[in-house]
Design a binder for this molecule. Structure first.
Ligand code: HAM
Length: 426
């Protein structure tokens, strides 16, 4: 085994797989343009407090999954971003982009880092595509981000994904609910584990996320947030559901859905797939009006967004057989050198073909003509262009169609014109 391996939880993407990523990314970019979202790129690391404030100190992500380090002995701690939403909001506030245009529609395809136990569909470095709609708090805005996400799935040909949706209400709803949860869990103090006891004081909602099997029975008897929502929250939720129904987007209402990040309010949602095993969440999101204030803004900034795990999306597509037709783009022409002394001419011809926009490959290793032809076939080139004594003397080159075996001998400029004709594949 080679001495150096990729870090646990990180993986390499080789060309065949990269072609799949590019295909998915292409669909994301095209649909983002269709829905009017513009791309944002933020730094890979941020000050650690951003995530502590933004995502919430009692969440699993902040509590145990962040890669944090201190670049200078007395410097501020820095964290590799575990998600994008806090960084995007930080960037929007820092540049005050909402001051110039009160609604901002942003999207990203980005790498993220979480110190989780690696397993199928769960990595320490992973990628998400996602969108954030800042500045509007209407059910229409929430429906818009969900619709965008679902249309990406649709355009990729995915089937059978399940959208679960819930309302977490406004701040006042959750305050009442919090008290109800504290009252409910307090008599079980003896049975709660240490993280749950800590959460009981700081953020009892997070106890509902507990994966501890011994607590499941207690958790399942807890009051439901939905019962604490006021009419405004209920009407808001109904309107979101109305828009989704109008668009033919199927969903399941799931009152147990709380999500793993603290910034959500009102609508929250998650998309799961049946092909993924234990890590079945493909994406998730919701409204997060309070995040801006957590990050120092003087008022709430209404916002909604989602993120989809690229690896899980690609795994699902693979399981559904959606990549069979996808191949690496083959070169159009292979420049075949018949005598080594004409290497310089072959290099010059290769350059001219590429300069004129024709995908061209040539031998760089001084291989025999036979192995050059084998390579041309392995790469699935459509044409071979031969360079030999005759060609150099006359300035006329032979182009062979490797599929039909048809040949034509013409000056290079004329061959370039032929290669540009649509029938040749360019
Ligand atoms: P999240 O639910 O933490 O939400 O992550 C979204 C998706 O990222 C998950 O559904 C999953 O597909 C993928 N994911 C998360 N962790 C891993 C991992 N360790 N390995 C592989 N895939 C992973 C957020 O991150 C929010 N920022 C979403 C959002 C945007 N909310 C509002 N705007």
């Amino acid at each position: 085994m080679p001495q150096y391996q990729a870090v646990k939880g990180a993986r390499d993407i080789f060309p065949e797989e990269a072609a799949r990523w590019k295909h998915v990314e292409g669909v994301v970019h095209a649909l983002a343009a269709l829905y009017g979202f513009n791309e944002i790129r933020t730094p890979v690391f941020e000050y650690t407090e951003l995530f502590q404030r933004g995502i919430g100190s009692t969440t699993d992500i902040v509590g145990k999954e962040m890669f944090s380090f201190q670049p200078d002995p007395n410097g501020r701690s820095i964290t590799l971003r575990p998600e994008m939403t806090a960084g995007v909001m930080r960037a929007a506030l820092q540049k005050n982009i909402l001051g110039t245009a009160p609604v901002q529609k942003l999207y990203y395809i980005s790498e993220l880092f979480r110190k989780e136990r690696p397993q199928a569909g769960r990595q320490r470095q992973f990628s998400q595509f996602g969108a954030e709609l800042l500045g509007v708090s209407s059910p229409a805005a929430v429906a818009e981000v969900i619709t965008f996400m679902m249309q990406v799935f649709d355009s990729l040909g995915l089937r059978g994904l399940r959208l679960r949706i819930n309302s977490l209400g406004g701040t006042h709803d959750r305050l009442r609910y919090r008290e109800a949860l504290q009252a409910y869990f307090s008599p079980y103090r003896q049975k709660l584990d240490t993280p749950s006891l800590e959460r009981l004081e700081k953020n009892p909602l997070r106890i509902l996320d507990s994966k501890n099997p011994d607590l499941q029975e207690i958790v399942s008897g807890a009051p439901k947030l939905y019962d604490y929502l006021d009419t405004e929250a209920l009407d808001d939720f109904d309107k979101v559901l109305f828009y989704l129904s109008e668009r033919g987007i199927a969903f399941d209402i799931d009152h147990r859905l709380v999500r793993g990040l603290d910034y959500y309010c009102y609508t929250a949602f998650e998309v799961t797939g049946t092909e993924l095993g234990a890590q079945d969440a493909v994406g998730g999101g919701g409204r997060y009006d309070g995040l801006a204030r957590e990050l120092g803004s003087s008022s709430d900034i209404p916002a909604a967004g989602f993120a989809v795990g690229m690896e899980r999306l690609l795994m699902t597509m693979e399981k559904q057989g959606l990549f069979t037709a996808l191949k690496l783009q083959a070169p159009l022409v292979y420049v075949v050198l018949q005598q080594q002394e004409y290497t310089d001419v072959a290099m010059q011809v290769t350059f001219r073909l590429r300069k004129s926009g024709i995908r061209t490959e040539a031998d760089l290793a001084g291989r025999s003509m036979k192995s050059q032809m084998r390579e041309a076939n392995r790469l699935r080139c459509s044409f071979a262009l031969f360079i030999g004594e005759n060609e150099v003397a006359t300035g006329q080159y032979t182009l062979k169609n490797l599929v039909t075996s048809e040949q034509s001998t013409l000056p290079l400029d004329r061959l370039i014109e032929i290669l540009h004709e649509p029938a040749s594949g360019e």
